[in-house]
Design a protein around this ligand. Structure first.
Ligand code: 5RP
Length: 215
């Protein structure tokens, strides 16, 4: 197996150790989370179920015969496990490479503990080399793109991609994100933005890199 895939798999398997018996588990989206869902199959009789961040993960959870629950019907969510596209030393993230950022951010906001699972290549000192995904209401695409350009970013429409919420994605290039909390706020305030892929105000609590826990 490719070393990066091995790193993802090790991180996902380590995250299984954070599951609490009888609880609901929040599940992210992507190729790293796919390994987590595979491992979660062995837990199906010891958890109440999972809350899913995407149609893709819902299908994988159902294939493992894990009940998929509505977040609105869930009392507490001790754990959320998800991948990321970039992670800085303060556990702040860029997410949304898989276009599932909005549901991911909602689950992260509800969860008591957010465990982020990555391979080592995703660690950066400063966020922004990975183009920052922003989910937009379709009719606002040009307006949002102009506002982002005024902030110094280069937005590129991810043509052909429709999110699970029926929206579109702008990938913002050429950002050197020195104040991620502020930029997250600024982007989220643009009319027509559903959410941006900066997870800074609510960063991860634990990051597992190539299977090693980083705090
Ligand atoms: C999806 C995400 C993913 O967590 C992120 O893109 C990482 O994916 P992968 O584990 O496949 O590298 O944010 O919206």
């Amino acid at each position: 197996m490719d070393p990066r895939e091995q790193g993802k798999q090790r991180s996902a398997e380590r995250a299984l150790g954070y599951i609490e018996e009888g609880s609901v588990v929040g599940v992210g989206t992507g190729s790293t989370v796919k390994y987590f869902i595979e491992g979660l199959g062995a837990w199906r009789d010891r958890i109440e179920g999972a809350v899913s961040s995407s149609e893709q993960s819902t299908a994988l959870l159902k294939a493992q015969r894990i009940p998929v629950l509505d977040l609105n019907a869930v009392g507490s969510l001790p754990l959320y496990v998800d991948g990321a596209d970039e992670c800085d030393p303060h556990r702040r993230l860029i997410k949304g490479g898989g276009a599932a950022l909005t549901r991911e951010k909602i689950i992260a906001a509800v969860a008591q503990r957010f465990v982020c699972v990555i391979d080592g290549a995703k660690q950066v000192d400063v966020l922004g080399k990975f183009p920052l995904p922003v989910e937009v209401i379709p009719m606002a695409r040009s307006h949002v793109a102009r506002r982002i350009a005024a902030l110094g970013g280069q937005p590129v429409w991810r043509d052909g991609v429709v999110t699970d919420n029926g929206n579109w994605i702008l990938d913002v290039h050429n950002l050197s994100i020195l104040d991620p909390v502020r930029l997250e706020q600024e982007l989220n305030q643009i009319v027509g933005v559903v959410t941006c892929g900066l997870f800074a105000a609510r960063a991860a609590d634990v990051v597992i890199v190539d299977g090693d826990v980083r705090g």
